[in-house]
Design a protein around this ligand. Structure first.
Ligand SMILES: Cc1cc2nc3c(=O)[nH]c(=O)nc-3n(C[C@H](O)[C@H](O)[C@H](O)COP(=O)(O)OP(=O)(O)OC[C@H]3O[C@@H](n4cnc5c(N)ncnc54)[C@H](O)[C@@H]3O)c2cc1C
Length: 317
């Protein structure tokens, strides 16, 4: 067995990648099949994901659109849909700012294919990102919609939005490598997209996992203490049973013996406003100590990058 310290990584490099590369990069965490990524692998991976309805993977890329329109009736028709999972702000007379994931924009069109503003959005996204619309739109694409103009807003522009818009429209992904108890708590936050290493698909007896189970070092027990030795023995015994079960059972069956201390990976993707809420709850003195162990240093990174939004949080340390 392997014992590692918990850690996190802000997935900033993915911000510079195409939507498809980003989605594949995140999606493969479920299967721990990152070794299969090649220059050509994103498209078939995404087609397969969509075909199998593993739609949360397509939440891992968001885009921001500026929508200009001629008549108020076009906007009210759009607002009457009560669009879900989209951040919509009226930033000027007859100008909307809309941020959503690939999934949110796809489902907006699937549910409302006749609404003019929705069609205008699908027309632009379908022409710029045909991979995400090939199963939804006619092969020749949609006609341009009169009276609505849709433009993609580059991330560099989002990054210099005033604080209130930045907080709502800028999304940041963080990879947590922590124990299963901590990810179980993190996923209680709802306006967030997640992808997690799957114990159903990952077979830890394989070479790529080192033929062993990885556990997260508990911050509660000092190495060398009696408690630590008890914990260690328990993990060793569990690993033995898990590996034995794998000789005759599937990973999803064998995993039933795995404990909270098991290492897992979780990508957490949310806008800055939700991160603010998460940090307030998860860095305070009332939060679980091993949650604070990763959230407090993560908050420091967010404070350096977005001081206007995160400077005011007191962690009670
Ligand atoms: C110290 C601590 C102890 C805890 N103990 C327990 C426990 O013993 N048992 C337990 O089950 N959980 C426990 N939790 C989890 C807690 O109950 C919440 O589920 C978790 O913190 C997510 O927080 P949230 O609901 O504010 O936020 P999020 O889901 O992050 O929501 C963010 C915002 O979205 C809005 N929102 C989202 N969904 C809805 C909705 N359906 N209706 C209305 N508004 C919504 C709200 O405005 C909310 O502020 C604990 C959490 C903490 C921090």
């Amino acid at each position: 067995m392997k014992v590692i310290a918990p850690y996190f990584e802000i997935l900033e490099d993915l911000d510079k990648q195409s939507l498809a590369v980003r989605i594949e990069g995140c999606g493969r965490i479920c299967y721990k099949s990152e070794d299969k990524i090649t220059e050509q692998s994103a498209e078939p991976f995404i087609r397969n994901i969509i075909k199998h309805g593993h739609n949360s993977v397509t939440e891992m890329a968001v885009l921001t659109l500026k929508v200009l329109y001629d008549s108020e009736s076009l906007a009210s028709q759009f607002f009457n849909l009560m669009p879900k999972f989209l951040q919509v702000d009226r930033v000027d007379k007859k100008e909307l700012l809309i941020t959503g994931s690939v999934r949110a924009f796809r489902e907006l069109y699937q549910a409302n294919p006749t609404v003019k503003m929705v069609k205008a959005i699908a027309q632009i996204l379908g022409s710029r990102h045909p991979l995400f619309y090939e199963d939804l739109l006619p092969q020749r694409g949609l006609m341009k919609q009169e009276g609505v103009q849709v433009e993609k807003v580059p991330l560099e522009t989002v990054d210099v939005f005033p604080a209130d818009l930045l907080a709502k429209h800028r999304h940041v992904a963080v990879l947590f490598v922590v124990n299963r108890a901590i990810t179980h708590e993190i996923v209680r936050h709802r306006p967030v997209s997640y992808l997690q290493e799957s114990q159903r698909y990952c077979r830890y007896s394989q070479d790529k996992f080192g033929n062993e189970v990885t556990f997260i070092k508990p911050m509660f027990f000092n190495e060398g203490s009696e408690e630590y030795s008890l914990w260690e023995k328990s993990m060793q015994d569990t690993e033995k049973i898990y590996l034995k079960l794998l000789e005759s059972s599937s990973p999803q069956a064998a995993r039933t013996v795995l404990p909270n201390s098991c290492k897992t990976e979780l990508i957490t993707f949310a806008n800055l406003l939700e991160w603010l809420h998460i940090f307030k709850l998860r860095t305070s003195k009332g939060a679980e100590p091993s949650m604070r162990e990763v959230m407090i240093p993560l908050l420091k990174k967010f404070q350096e990058k977005y001081p206007l939004i995160f400077a005011g949080i007191k962690t009670g340390v």
